[in-house]
Design a protein around this ligand. Structure first.
Ligand code: C2O
Ligand code: CU
Length: 489
């Protein structure tokens, strides 16, 4: 009602409808691609209370100026379907696997029920080729989320399996709401994929993509209303790259991190690691004015996307943005917290779990083994001295932590390595209390950057029962050992 939305197009329908999307891609992928290039916006689908069929399939997609299409694995006709729903509505998404290997959907950052968390062998069985799985739950918080698979992630996410989930709060009013999804692709000039994992990369900061995109496009231009207050949701879904995001050409306030609202502060730059999100509000200039979403990480700042103002100004009053409602997460009880330290380290040796740990899934089945797609091919990293099981030793490991429901956990993440690790916890949002290298205000998050040799303290109330993953979101680190799980009982 108070937002300007792109007029629904055929693509909006196609992106959500499984069979239709499948059909559409054969004839229309070029058309869809150029339409995307014209608007720069992702096609949107409203999903609240509506059953949605989602196919994961190989869908050739032309990236940038490459000479040929990329054999992408996508959830829709084009990369990153964007689902919107209102807080309180139900999500009902049925994934059908049309890939050559098993997959699942993890709803990153959503504090949903454990059985819907999408982690093969920990919360559900993998969805095998030809099979379907229905994800049904009501997200408990408004926010900016994304979704992706959870085994063989370097390859599956690397090939393009990611989508955006927005749960809208109606407390704040903006003139437009724009989503920018940052992802690099490991492609050659002919569009073919390059190896997603390299031993040089996996053992260091990760293997970087060769082509940077926003919404699947190279440096898109996105038309926005002039003189307007717009909300910009920036998602880093890249497997590897940490960006230092700033905005040139407008006054900007940060209003949420990882979907968690906070007291707005002026944006200088924000270090956005893999899986991290940032919502900002800005006032657009008059018609013709341009705003650049920029990565200041490298010596040469790089413009990732440009917003171009169009039309008559929407607002005359000075920029005084109202923030969305403040976070409703339960405050951690620091005085009575259980303290833990988790060391992030390199590890050449795989931990052997002689006795398998058994997990009971929601449907009653018991799991104690992983398959090779869900174990690490090579071991390079560990959490608390323990590695995710390596291929050939597929016993499920014991939990890193076991927390009684309602306990406040205060965890020190200690990085003993010279590399940055964006650490992510499933099923909970945590408060970032302190960090001794990279200054940042106290805020809620689901993924936090732990800088080289840094100690970061987080705390949360373990109030969501189940078996939850904790891992680094540099996907090659996750896939080579820096992953474990914790239990809330
Ligand atoms: Cu983005 Cu384990 O997740
Ligand atoms: Cu890492």
């Amino acid at each position: 009602m108070h937002r300007i939305r792109p007029t629904p197009t055929r693509r909006t329908v196609m992106a959500g409808g499984g069979a239709l999307a499948g059909l559409a891609l054969i004839g229309c992928s070029r058309g869809a691609n150029s339409l995307g290039a014209a608007s720069g916006r992702l096609p949107e689908t409203r999903i609240g209370g509506i059953p949605i069929a989602l196919d994961a399939a190989e869908r050739p997609f032309r990236l940038g100026g490459n000479s040929g299409p990329t054999p992408a694995w996508l959830y829709g006709a084009t990369p990153f379907p964007l689902y919107r729903m209102r807080l309180g509505e139900n999500l009902d998404v049925t994934l059908t696997n049309r890939l050559v290997e098993h997959t699942s959907i993890h709803w990153h950052g959503v504090r949903g029920p454990n059985a819907m968390d999408g982690v093969p062998y920990v919360t559900q069985l993998p969805v095998q080729p030809g099979e379907s799985f229905a994800y049904r739950f009501t997200p408990p918080d408004a926010g900016t989320y994304f979704f992706h698979p959870h085994c063989d992630t370097a390859a599956q996410l690397g090939r393009g399996l990611a989508g955006v989930l927005i749960v809208e709060d109606e407390a704040a009013s903006f003139d437009d709401d724009i989503v920018c999804v940052l992802k690099d692709w490991r492609v050659a000039k002919d569009g073919s994929f390059l190896p997603f994992v390299t031993s040089e990369g996996a053992g260091r900061g990760g293997t970087f993509g060769t082509l940077r995109t926003v919404n699947g496009l190279v440096a898109p231009q996105i038309a926005v209303p002039a003189g307007a207050d717009i909300r910009l949701r920036v998602l880093n879904v890249d497997s590897t790259r940490v960006s230092d995001i700033g905005v040139q050409g407008a006054e900007v306030r940060v209003i949420a991190i990882d979907g968690n609202p906070l007291t707005p502060f002026a944006l200088d730059t924000w270090r956005l690691g893999p899986a991290m999100r940032m919502d900002i509000i800005l006032r657009t200039p008059k018609a013709g004015g341009r705003i650049a979403l920029t990565d200041f990480f490298a010596a040469e700042p790089m413009v990732l996307a440009t917003l171009v103002a169009e039309g008559a100004p929407k607002r005359g009053e000075p920029f005084a943005p109202t923030a969305p409602a403040i976070s409703k997460h339960t405050e951690p009880d620091l005085a009575n917290a259980e303290r833990h330290e988790l060391k992030l380290s390199a590890s050449a040796a795989a931990t052997n779990y002689d006795v398998p740990t058994s997990i009971q899934l929601a449907d009653g089945r018991r799991i104690d083994l992983l398959d090779s797609l869900c174990s690490t091919a090579q071991t390079l990293w560990a959490i608390d001295g323990k590695t995710w099981p390596q291929m050939g030793h597929e016993n499920l490991p014991p939990p890193l932590l076991s927390l009684a429901r309602g306990t406040t956990a205060r965890i020190e993440l200690t990085n003993t390595t010279p590399h940055v690790h964006p650490m992510h916890l499933h099923g909970h949002s945590f408060k970032v209390l302190s960090a001794n290298k990279l200054k940042r205000p106290e805020h809620w998050a689901d993924t936090v950057l732990v800088m080289p040799e840094e100690r970061v303290e987080i705390a949360f109330v373990a109030d969501n029962p189940g078996n939850w993953m904790i891992h680094c979101h540099i996907v090659e680190h996750q896939d080579t050992g820096m992953m474990g799980w914790f239990r809330v009982v």
